[in-house]
Design a protein around this ligand. Structure first.
Ligand code: SF4
Ligand code: SF4
Length: 394
């Protein structure tokens, strides 16, 4: 591989992980979706050739893992072509899908194209809860069939379920389902509160007691399956219950490169919400974007930090936490992530936790990720939004 490693500017890593968000179109409406609130304003999608050129440049820069994501990447008719091109370039490829619309024929075509890995997302362990959370009446049955076929075709499968207040008490049943489907990896990742999930935080943030119980249940299953099953159970606690933030993205512009449907390059998939201009792969080479663009250099190093991070002896561990969370909660992306107990804004987190401990249900209904809500949020940021629309195909 022709890698430019020897010319790397000091202290800047290589974009080893490439996430290709092929489209924002999606048949589901998950209220914790990581797509931007105003995704419906961005309908442009890169062409097949533009994507392949993007993969080529990223690979040359050292990228080794490529995730095909969205929206729902299956809605791209050229997905087989993109997988084939990525494999020929030497990427390890992963399809991150809701499974909706994935047929046996298409899975076979992906196999022939060289796809390495499939991640299927579930919302819950039963049809009622799954379909309520995804805003789609057919989704559970379809996901079950897809997951069984994925295994039949011999793919390693990640069973992904975003865990939150509404489904956390059925975590035992979710694990049972993942084991019954012979999943290789089970990601029980508690929701992260950006974008849509932040709008729905009162409905989604579990209480401390719920979290403790869910972690204990996961540990019990880990013990039960030890030596009997190859399934690996991964439980990710929400950072809202930590006193220090996570070392976000391994540092800004240091390892991860996300390309959005219209070709905007981001250092993380939530960064589009920040008031920063990010370049497009249609206008600049990836090498120039990664090393020289203002967007990618904005939060590199430590010079941008304010107190308490600036003089903190932990800053090399966590880089001040998540820039997107700092911006969304405090209005200033240069502040310390409020998850940190040293942050003057930490009360924003503890208040949300205290609220989650109250027994009362959250007020109002959840704001589903759909086109109408996206349009409305883009225009007004109104609180009064439209409920899930059943089986809305975009
Ligand atoms: S709505 Fe759900 S399935 Fe669709 S992109 Fe968002 S999280 Fe993924
Ligand atoms: S003050 Fe800043 S650098 Fe120090 S631990 Fe908190 S977030 Fe990290």
């Amino acid at each position: 591989m022709n890698c430019i490693g020897s010319n790397l500017p000091e202290g800047v890593g290589q974009p080893l992980w490439l996430l290709a968000e092929l489209t924002y179109r999606c048949p589901l409406q998950c209220p914790y979706c990581s797509n931007p609130l105003n995704y419906d304003l961005n309908k442009t999608e890169l062409s097949t050739e533009q994507w392949i050129e993007t993969f080529r440049q990223a690979r040359k820069m050292g990228a080794a893992q490529l995730g095909f994501s969205g929206g729902e990447p299956l809605l791209r008719d050229d997905l087989e072509q993109l997988i084939k091109a990525a494999r020929e370039l030497g990427f390890y490829t992963n399809l991150i899908t809701s499974g909706m619309g994935l047929t046996l024929e298409r899975m076979q075509a992906f196999k022939e194209a060289g796809l390495d890995h499939i991640q299927v997302s579930f919302q819950a362990s039963d049809a009622e809860m799954n379909d309520y959370l995804s805003g789609n009446k057919r989704s559970f049955q379809e996901k079950l069939e897809v997951a069984r076929t994925v295994k039949k075709l011999g793919y390693p499968m990640v069973f992904n379920c975003v865990i939150h207040r509404e489904n956390i008490d059925q975590i035992d049943k979710i694990i049972e389902l993942s084991l019954a489907l012979e999943s290789d990896y089970v990601e029980l990742a508690t929701s992260q509160y950006y974008g849509w999930a932040l709008k729905n935080r009162d409905h989604l943030l579990p209480s401390k007691a719920q979290l403790v119980a869910a972690e204990a249940t996961t540990n019990r299953y880990r013990e039960q399956i030890k030596g009997k099953s190859r399934t690996k159970l991964i439980f990710v606690v929400p950072d809202y219950y930590e006193e220090r933030p996570k070392g976000c993205m391994n540092g800004w512009g240091n390892l991860f490169l996300t390309i959005t449907p219209d070709g905007t390059a981001l250092p993380c998939h939530s960064a589009r919400e920040l008031p920063i201009q990010f370049p497009k792969v249609t206008e600049e080479s990836i090498e120039s974007i990664w090393y020289r663009s203002t967007g990618f250099n904005h939060f590199r190093g430590y010079g941008w930090m304010k107190e308490p991070c600036r003089s903190c002896d932990e800053k090399e561990k966590d880089f001040g936490g998540c820039r997107c969370q700092a911006f969304m909660l405090t209005g200033d992306a240069s502040n310390a992530d409020p998850v940190c107990a040293k942050s003057p804004h930490h009360h924003l987190i503890t208040e949300a936790r205290d609220n989650a401990d109250l027994a009362q249900p959250a007020q109002g209904s959840m704001i589903y990720r759909n086109r109408k809500n996206s349009q409305q949020l883009s225009q007004t940021q109104a609180a009064d939004l439209i409920p899930a629309q059943q089986v809305e195909m975009e």
